[in-house]
Ligand binder design. Structure first.
Ligand code: GAL
Length: 347
C-alpha cells in the first residue's frame, strides 16, 4: 500500500499535465479508501487462532507460526504459575488438548529438528537411550529430523526410526574442556540451521544428551521462542538463582524473570538462530576478555531470554530431576539421567 501511494505521488510530481494529475489524484483516493474499507471488513472476521503469521522464506516455502494459546486452560493447575507477566503461557500437564495441538501441527506440516551433542564419553553413556526414548515420545506424528553432533560418527548407534523421521550425523571437534564443548555448540547450531536445518524443518529444539524421554513431549511444546524453567530453581527465591554476576562478562545480569535451563531450548528457526548467535558472540567476547560466565552457555542463554522474552515457557515437568520429590510435577516428560561427571568429563 505504502509503495503504491509512493508510486502515485511520484507520477503526480512528474506529470505536468493538469488533467493527468487529477486522474492520479482520483486513483490515489480510490486506492486509499479501498484499503481502509478492506481493513474495516477484516475487523469483523473472527480471530482465527490457528495461524498467527506466515512468511515466505528465501526458498519460496511458506512458513507458518501456529498459535493455539487461546485454547489453553490457564486455570487447570493450582498453586503454579501458568502465564508470565508478559502473557506467555507456561505449559503444565492438563492445560492443553494434545489432540488439537497434534492435528493442527500435522495439518500445517510442522517439522522439527532435534539437535543433540554426543561428544567423547557422552556418546556411549547416553545417546542410545536418548534417541530410542525420543522415538517413543518426542513430537510423535510430526516430521522429525535428528541432528547428532559427535566427534566419533562411526560410533553412533543404529536406531530404527519411525516414518517421517530421519537422522543426520555431523562431525564436530572435541574440545578438551567440557565447558568449551557446551559453549561452542551455539556456533554449530547456528551454522547448521543455515546450512541444513532450514531446508528441512521450521522448528528446532536443542537438548542435552544426558536425558531420557519418559512421556509425551509433543507439539504443545512448540512455539516461536521456547525456554525451559530449571527444575531446581522454580521454587527458590530469586536471590538464589545462579545468574552470572561478574560485571566483566557479557552474561552478567542482576535481575531476571526465571532461571532457565540450557538443557532444553527451541522455537522457530530464526529465533533459535538469533539466540545461538547472541550467545556465541557473548561467549567469544568473554574469551577475548579472559572471562567465563558462571554457567557457561546457560548464563548467556539466561541473559538472552531476559533481553528477548520467550513466547512460551515449559514447566519443570518438561525437564525434571527425579531425585526431587514435588507434588506439582504430574508427569515428567523428560528426565535427567544420572550425571556421572567424575567419569564422563575430562576436567
Ligand atoms: C545444576 C545443573 C547445571 C546448571 C546449574 C545451574 O543443577 O546440573 O547444568 O544448570 O544447575 O545452577
Amino acid at each position: 500500500m505504502l509503495r503504491c501511494v509512493g508510486l502515485l505521488l511520484h507520477c503526480f510530481s512528474v506529470i505536468k499535465d493538469k488533467s493527468a494529475g487529477i486522474v492520479c489524484c482520483h486513483v490515489l483516493l480510490i486506492v486509499s479508501f479501498t484499503s481502509l474499507y478492506l481493513r474495516y471488513l477484516a475487523s469483523f472476521i473472527p480471530e482465527d487462532n490457528l495461524l498467527e503469521t506466515s512468511e515466505v522464506t528465501s526458498e519460496g516455502n511458506i512458513r507458518q507460526s501456529i498459535n493455539l494459546d487461546d485454547t489453553l486452560d490457564f486455570r487447570a493447575r493450582h498453586g503454579v504459575e501458568t502465564r508470565t507477566s508478559w502473557k506467555a503461557p507456561i505449559i503444565w500437564e492438563g492445560m492443553f488438548d494434545p489432540v488439537l495441538y497434534d492435528q493442527t501441527h500435522i495439518q500445517n506440516q510442522s517439522s522439527v529438528a532435534l539437535t543433540v551433542f554426543a561428544v567423547g564419553r557422552y556418546l556411549d553413556a547416553y545417546l542410545k537411550t536418548f534417541l530410542t526414548s525420543a522415538e517413543q515420545h518426542f513430537m510423535s506424528g510430526l516430521k522429525v529430523r535428528y541432528y547428532v553432533f559427535t566427534d566419533e560418527p562411526d560410533s553412533v548407534p543404529n536406531i530404527e526410526l519411525g516414518p517421517q523421521r530421519s537422522l543426520k550425523v555431523i562431525q564436530v571437534e572435541k574440545h578438551s574442556r567440557w565447558q568449551d564443548i557446551s559453549m561452542m555448540r551455539m556456533k554449530t547450531i547456528s551454522d547448521t540451521i543455515e546450512s541444513d536445518i532450514r531446508h528441512h524443518c521450521n522448528y528446532v529444539f536443542c537438548l542435552d544428551v544426558d536425558q531420557e524421554f519418559k512421556g509425551r513431549f509433543g507439539s504443545e511444546a512448540l512455539g516461536d521462542s521456547v525456554a525451559q524453567i530449571h527444575a531446581y530453581f522454580y521454587k527458590l527465591p530469586k536471590e538464589r538463582w545462579t545468574y552470572d554476576k561478574n560485571p566483566n562478562s557479557k552474561a552478567n545480569m542482576e535481575y531476571g524473570d526465571y532461571y532457565y535451563h540450557a538443557a532444553v531450548f527451541g522455537g522457530l528457526l530464526e529465533h533459535v538462530k538469533s539466540l545461538a548467535d547472541h550467545c556465541f558472540l557473548g561467549i567469544m567476547e568473554d574469551k577475548l576478555n579472559d572471562v567465563e560466565a558462571l554457567w557457561h552457555d546457560e548464563s548467556h542463554l539466561n541473559k538472552y531470554f531476559w533481553l528477548h522474552k520467550p513466547t512460551r515457557l515449559l514447566s519443570p515437568e518438561y525437564c525434571w530431576d527425579t531425585n526431587n520429590i514435588d507434588n506439582d510435577i504430574h508427569i515428567a516428560h523428560l528426565i535427567w539421567a544420572e550425571k556421572h561427571y567424575d567419569t564422563l568429563r575430562d576436567q
